[in-house]
Design a protein around this ligand. Structure first.
Ligand code: DX5
Ligand code: ZN
Length: 210
């Protein structure tokens, strides 16, 4: 299981330190939530922050763009050091072109909001490296996991079949639902509040690495 702490729940006044701390505690990737106040209500991190934390760790940067018109902005994040760029299918009118463009520069992921069906990506599945199933409505950390999404993860796994695509889950992930998600086929768990609000990052990460 790949564990990707979402830095949205980190202490932003000590971001570099927090990232080093989760890396030492066993994180595999760093998940970076970029929000624009349009696609989602919240505004978070821009590419200059990504660039400045790039020097703090060597782990892959998993950049989750929750922004409108990702085609206009993704290159800034590539240049800032993203290893994965994940875009929402709901945020662009030309998903195929966008996915092909991103894949020229780094690994590419697509994300689905809870209400968006899996069939929306069936025609581009051969072009992606990662599929991100949202298990909360995107926009904020610390929300409650939507239980019915476990079935969606299971169906996504079936759809992926033998393809080499990461199946990632994001939103309300904790030690209670991690075993269900693993059984359903997830191989990347994104977790924000569960890790950053815990007393020991190491213990929390260990409990997700099942
Ligand atoms: C939600 C973000 C998530 C979020 C996860 O919009 O995409 O990555 O930070 O945080 P938790 O684990 O607290 O739900
Ligand atoms: Zn995210």
């Amino acid at each position: 299981m790949i564990v990707a702490p979402s830095i949205l729940s980190a202490d932003f006044s000590r971001l570099g330190e927090e990232i080093k701390k989760v890396a030492e505690a066993g994180a595999d990737w760093i998940h970076i939530d970029v929000m624009d106040g349009n696609f989602v209500p919240n505004i978070t991190i821009g590419s200059c922050v990504v660039r400045s934390i790039r020097k703090d760790v060597d782990l892959p940067f998993d950049v989750h763009l929750m922004i409108e018109k990702p085609e206009k902005h993704f290159m800034y994040f590539v240049d800032a050091g993203a290893d994965f760029i994940t875009v929402h299918v709901e945020a662009t009118k030309s998903l195929y072109r966008l996915v092909k463009e991103i894949s020229k520069h780094c690994k590419v992921g697509v994300a689905l909001n809870p209400a968006t069906p899996l069939c929306s990506i069936e025609n581009i599945i051969d072009e992606i490296d990662l599929l991100l199933i949202m298990t909360v409505e995107p926009g904020f950390g610390g929300q409650k996991f939507i239980e019915s999404m476990v079935k969606k993860v299971e169906k996504a796994k079936e759809m992926i079949g033998r393809r080499k695509i990461y199946l990632s889950v994001d939103g309300g992930v904790n030690d209670k639902n991690a075993p269900l998600l693993k059984k359903a086929g997830a191989n990347v768990l994104v977790a924000g509040s569960y890790i950053f609000c815990s007393k020991s990052y190491e213990e929390a990460i260990k409990k997700l690495k099942i």
